[in-house]
Structures are given as C-alpha cells and as structure tokens.
Write a protein that binds this ligand. Structure first.
Ligand SMILES: [Zn+2]
Length: 74
C-alpha cells in the first residue's frame, strides 16, 4: 500500500508486518503465519479443506510429481 505524503512531498510505501497472501484454492486473503504452504508448488492454503479441494483439481500434476519422486522403472 502506498500514498502521497504532501508534507514530505514524496510517495510513501507502507510495509505491513504481517504479509498477506492468497489461498491457492479459494482465493481468500490470509495472514501468512496462519497458512499451509506447499513448498514444491509454492501455493498457500487456508487449511486442510482447501488443500484437499486443490489436490482434487490438480490430481494429474500431483500424480506426475509423485511418479517422479517415488516410482522407479526397473
Ligand atoms: Zn482457501
């Protein structure tokens, strides 16, 4: 967030202590400290319910990832 400070005659940007992020499933704004974070996909989630819904929508991606990590063709 930024605004114009007329006394200082310059644009001022406010940095919030709590960085807000958006849920990768429902798009809701979240306090970063309260989220689940998928390090691989770099997606935030509100809670387990949103993670489960997201996983349903991304089944193919998750299977690809799973196969790459866990399945070895002999
Ligand atoms: Zn959510």
């Amino acid at each position: 967030m930024s605004f114009f400070d007329s006394k200082a005659n310059k644009e001022v940007t406010i940095m919030f202590m709590n960085e807000n992020v958006r849920c990768g499933n429902c798009g809701g704004f979240l306090n970063r400290d309260d989220t689940l974070f998928d390090e691989q996909a770099e997606v935030f989630f509100c809670d387990n319910d949103c993670l489960d819904e997201w996983a349903d929508d991304h089944f193919d991606d998750i299977m690809k990832q799973y196969k790459r990590m866990h399945i070895y063709a002999g």
